[in-house]
Design a protein around this ligand. Sequence first.
Ligand SMILES: Cc1cc2nc3c(=O)[nH]c(=O)nc-3n(C[C@H](O)[C@H](O)[C@H](O)COP(=O)(O)OP(=O)(O)OC[C@H]3O[C@@H](n4cnc5c(N)ncnc54)[C@H](O)[C@@H]3O)c2cc1C
Length: 464
Amino acid sequence: MRLRQAYDVVVVGGGTAGVFAGIAAARTGAKTLLVEQYGSLGGVLTLGMSLKGVNDGEGRKALGGIGEELIARVRRMDGATEVVDHPRHGSIMGQDPEAIKLTLIQMVQESGLDLLLHTYLVDALTDRGAIQGIRVANKAGLEIIPAKCFVDCTGDADLAAQAGASFVHGREGDGLVQPVSAIFRVGGVDLDKTWEYLEHHPEDFETPPGADSDEYSVAKFRAKPGVGVAGFRSLIRQAREAGEYDIPREDMGFNPMPGRQEVTINITRVHGIDGTNPDDLTRAEIETQLQVLQGMRFLRKYVPGFARSYVVSSPFQVGIRETRHVQGEYVLTAEDVMAGRDFPDQVARGAYPLDIHDVGRNVPPEGSVEGGGTDLSKITRSYGIPARCLIANGTANLVVAGRPISATHAAAGSARGQPVCMATGHAAGVIAALSVAQRRPLQLLDVVEAQSVLRAQNAVIERT
Ligand SMILES: Cc1cc2nc3c(=O)[nH]c(=O)nc-3n(C[C@H](O)[C@H](O)[C@H](O)COP(=O)(O)OP(=O)(O)OC[C@H]3O[C@@H](n4cnc5c(N)ncnc54)[C@H](O)[C@@H]3O)c2cc1C
């Protein structure tokens, strides 16, 4: 087994949170390695879903720092729209996933961060509550990588679980998780036709109960760059009644990029998948990929503007919304999120909507063809994320960022949003680098110093 050189910080997982953690640790002076199982960076961020919650519902910035740098760079390549306000999501920004993916590699190269791609975390070598090294597998066989501090950005808290940190799986009490979906991109779409259809069919344009009908006009949505919609329920019902549709979801989300004939589609759904179980993951891949085929047949036949459309890309893997939540000294709650609560040790902010896809229909009621819905609540005031939510109990030198931070099932419905994962990634990288520089276990970290380094790196910690 090969022993690699020792690092100050090793970040595992080069996705939405991990790239930012790696760059932040390197910029903060730590000798840092980023380990990623695939050959490119960005994880779920590169599926093409619009970024919701870069600003909160009052139009105040919730994401700064390295995430904001990425957005500015891809915007210069015409790869991102402006951030515009949105009555349901607070704010929204359309993005081109290819521009993001390629820009991330460039930013990593510029940061001095070392990269190890095509390498999968196997387990952790621990001693007296601290991780001494990780064991990884790649084409060369097994390798050990020692480091002083580790950041888990695997999305599923794989390293935390291997290292014996505390976590819960799924929803408190019953362990149920949000369903999985394969996000795919479709080209050859005549969007004018789709918008025109929606103008004449308000029943297919999703308007939350009690919403201001002036805000929810198709014309207003259509005029804003990168604004997508959910809906198309009556068309889905028609296809079901014709026996041509059995995806367990009542609506479809579509995210257009202005000036292109391309749309990111969110329509597939499989319930009851444990994203840490390889057999479940295999079933999820098969079922969602078959649903992409069915979704395309539906789009071409039923949705105006899609008659000549085709799949531009199907995802590198099925999108997992929820698995493990690590348990830190503080567990973020839905009340904190909805109240826009601040904390003395906050190191990041969140404003992605509280977005919870129905967990409860793992087995649909007998005779039911309808799928589960989605609870979505706008975040009016962004909330703070305490450093305590990024430090897993049970290990001395493990920081966690992205989807599995210490949050309840409901709060994670917001903390899992792309801009929030970018922000917690940035914070986790700074925390890891400082704990090495300060030679202190994470539990004794000087949070005030971490906050001042983050501010100097333009991260948004306080409400601006
Ligand atoms: C279907 C779906 C729709 C969504 N829609 C939106 C939306 O519209 N807007 C929005 O803002 N957010 C949305 N989200 C939420 C958001 O995209 C994700 O929660 C977020 O991107 C997760 O970031 P992450 O860094 O935690 O995980 P990821 O981006 O998944 O990154 C994890 C990385 O770790 C790597 N990895 C995992 N395990 C290992 C291992 N053992 N060894 C080595 N590498 C490993 C992976 O390859 C990956 O690169 C959506 C999520 C899903 C699933």
